[in-house]
Design a protein around this ligand. Structure first.
Ligand code: AMP
Ligand code: MG
Length: 340
């Protein structure tokens, strides 16, 4: 009998199952990993060393990184070419693991019991000592979490033993991938591995419910609103309701430091703290060597540090508008925008 996924047509060569080496390299950098013990162990090792690994979930393929590692999370943005830092969803194996990182409110408990594992993401208050990268939360004190319902995702979470941040595994602006071949088409050569788990069942993004206050629907998705309301026994706030929190990406200054921000500063004035980039003598430097991935990894951490330092005025060096620089500048522009 022909084994499922016995061969994978990646467009330029077909590798029969028996002839596959332990891990078939599909480019100089991207390993195609089988969803067996060896492949998953390798995937977990790649994640542990700060690598990027795409893996199947029941919604779409996710592009995973260790959610505690700033550099790895910055790599997600670089690989996808995302023009802005929207917070990412963290994938965990079960409710007990979620409790390590988040405060699970009563409504969240009910929804978790009803729909996890499944296509429902909950936004919850983040625990202070959770150790999640600020680049995952885009500096917010809430965290979006999900327990995926896919044997390969579960096995990878078990093998890795930590939180995996994962947006969809496609270049920004392209269609979400529902097969390993889609991921390969979009991201080969830019990520470290792809775990092949066949087709995704749902093929739709997860439903997002904010449970930090009154439950509110932030995004429609795989779990219908009616089912959520039935599980809670009451109606929840809709995106159109003014009381519903705005999705972070829609807010002009959703995370801004306390101090007033001045962009494209070639030096700091007397009353300013200087957030530098490149070889400048700044109070804090996003990347002294001018590395945009390092700068992205440091961005939210340093904005928080400026708050801790009591900075009332912040001067920021110019950041080149290339690669990750676009997302960094987008966030800085929001931080510098006038506030109410
Ligand atoms: P994606 O990774 O592209 O599926 O997008 C993740 C979605 O989750 C985006 O719409 C985010 O705005 C949303 N999200 C992630 N974290 C949070 C959070 N802490 N609060 C509210 N929404 C969030
Ligand atoms: Mg997406």
């Amino acid at each position: 009998m022909r084994r499922k996924y016995a061969s994978l047509n990646l467009g330029y060569r077909k590798v029969p199952y028996q002839q596959q080496k332990r891990h078939v390299m599909i480019s100089t950098q991207t390993a195609l990993l089988r969803n067996d013990q060896d492949g998953l162990r390798h995937a977990a090792e790649l994640l542990g060393s700060g690598g990027l690994v795409a893996f199947p979930t029941e919604t779409v393929y996710g592009l995973g990184a260790d959610a505690r590692n700033d550099g790895a999370v910055a790599g997600i943005y670089a690989a996808k070419g995302r023009p802005s830092f929207n917070p990412l969803i963290v994938h965990l194996p079960d409710l007990a693991a979620v409790q390590q990182y988040c405060i699970v409110t009563d409504a969240a408990q009910m929804l978790a019991r009803a729909f996890w594992p499944g296509a429902l993401t909950l936004v919850l208050p983040l625990r202070k000592d959770a150790g999640i990268s600020k680049l995952v939360t885009a500096g917010l004190d809430t965290l979006a979490v999900r327990v995926p319902d896919h044997p390969v995702a579960s096995a990878l979470l078990a093998a890795f033993g930590g939180p995996i941040a994962a947006p969809s595994a496609n270049p920004s602006g392209r269609i979400s991938p529902t097969t390993a071949a889609h991921v390969h088409d979009g991201l080969a050569g830019k990520i470290d591995g792809i775990v092949d788990g066949g087709d995704c069942k749902v093929g739709l993004e997860s439903t997002i419910v904010d449970c930090t206050q009154k439950p509110a629907l932030l995004r429609a998705g795989g779990v219908p609103l009616e089912a959520i309301e039935a599980a809670l026994g009451r109606q929840i706030l809709q995106p159109s309701d003014p009381a519903t929190p705005k999705s972070p990406g829609q807010l002009l200054s959703h995370y801004a430091p306390q101090g007033r921000v001045r962009l494209n500063a070639l030096k700091a004035n007397g009353h300013e703290k200087w957030l530098g980039f490149g070889s400048v003598d700044a109070d804090l430097n996003l990347s002294a060597s001018g590395d945009l991935t390092e700068a992205a990894a440091n961005l939210f951490k340093m904005l928080h540090q400026l708050d801790q330092m009591g900075a009332t005025h912040i001067a920021v060096s110019p950041i080149p508008e290339t690669g990750l620089g676009k997302a960094i500048n987008d966030r800085l522009k929001r931080a510098a925008a006038p506030r109410n």
